[in-house]
Design a protein around this ligand. Structure first.
Ligand code: GEK
Length: 239
């Protein structure tokens, strides 16, 4: 369904993943996040290579399960169990239906919950595909440390994020290009402006070096940038 949530002038309140957003989410994220649609099949390839037999795969902030569905198609290892967690009831309801409709031998639990308090264990792959940016920055270190503790040696964490740059000119250039991307995908100036207001203080981006430092401090052996499109990127951290 077409995302026209901000197409008319309205009182803009802080962005929430409610039922109205769930209905248009696939269209919204595809037209708003440069590279989102490419991160998915590439996450599938990462899963094919790094998921270990008899382990768990976690999709944290799974939304409608797009990354999970792709990973399920790529995982060939035996005994894998998948877990998707999201704290939006509307997302979890729709994701549960999507996973049930997706034919796969890999069992998956879709759970309503806050990823900050979720139990992570025996994991060989954890995905935070554009989710960490919505977590209070003061809780991010603890969350990444918990993910690290729950991963098996050789396991991986994928962190995809909107990012900022310390260099103000560069930052502005990429914000402008991101807005060009949205306009090229049919969003009006009003939609771009109202969404920007709604997301302010809800989505808090950090720099690539901030993310890498957090991952390395948590104990990951490496935290490599594997994808970037304007001010959106993805990192692969290996335990
Ligand atoms: C995808 N990964 O399509 N606990 C659980 N879920 C949360 C929390 C939290 N504390 N905070 C936010 N969320 C998906 C896309 S969207 C990205 C992820 C975007 C959830 C929130 O409800 C939403 O579903 C998701 O994180 C972020 O690959 O909308 O830009």
């Amino acid at each position: 369904m077409l995302d026209n949530i901000y197409s008319q002038k309205r009182d803009v309140t802080p962005f929430k993943f409610d039922e109205a957003v769930v209905k248009v989410f696939q269209d919204m994220i595809g037209r708003s996040v440069p590279g989102y649609e490419l991160t998915l099949p590439l996450i599938g390839l990462i899963a094919a290579r790094y998921v270990q037999p008899n382990s768990r795969v976690y999709d944290l902030g799974c939304s409608l399960g797009a990354a999970s569905v792709i990973m399920r198609r790529h995982i060939q290892q035996d005994g894998v169990h998948m877990v998707g967690i999201d704290n939006s009831e509307a997302m979890v309801e729709q994701c549960t239906q999507n996973i049930a409709a997706d034919e796969s031998d890999i069992p998956m639990d879709v759970m309503l919950g806050d990823i900050r308090t979720a139990n992570i264990q025996n994991a060989s792959m954890v995905v935070l595909n554009f989710t960490l940016q919505f977590i209070d920055p003061t809780d991010r270190d603890r969350l990444i440390e918990k993910v690290y503790a729950g991963l098996n040696p050789g396991g991986v964490l994928v962190v995809s994020e909107k990012i900022v740059f310390d260099d103000e000119d560069k930052n502005e250039r990429f914000i402008d290009l991101h807005h060009d991307f949205k306009r090229a995908n049919g969003y009006s100036d009003l939609e771009v402006a109202q969404k920007r207001t709604a997301i302010m203080n809800v989505l808090i981006p950090e720099t690539i070096p901030d993310h890498q430092a957090r991952l390395l401090n948590a104990g990951f052996q490496s935290a490599e940038l594997w994808f970037q499109a304007f001010n959106f990127c993805s990192l692969l951290a290996i335990k």
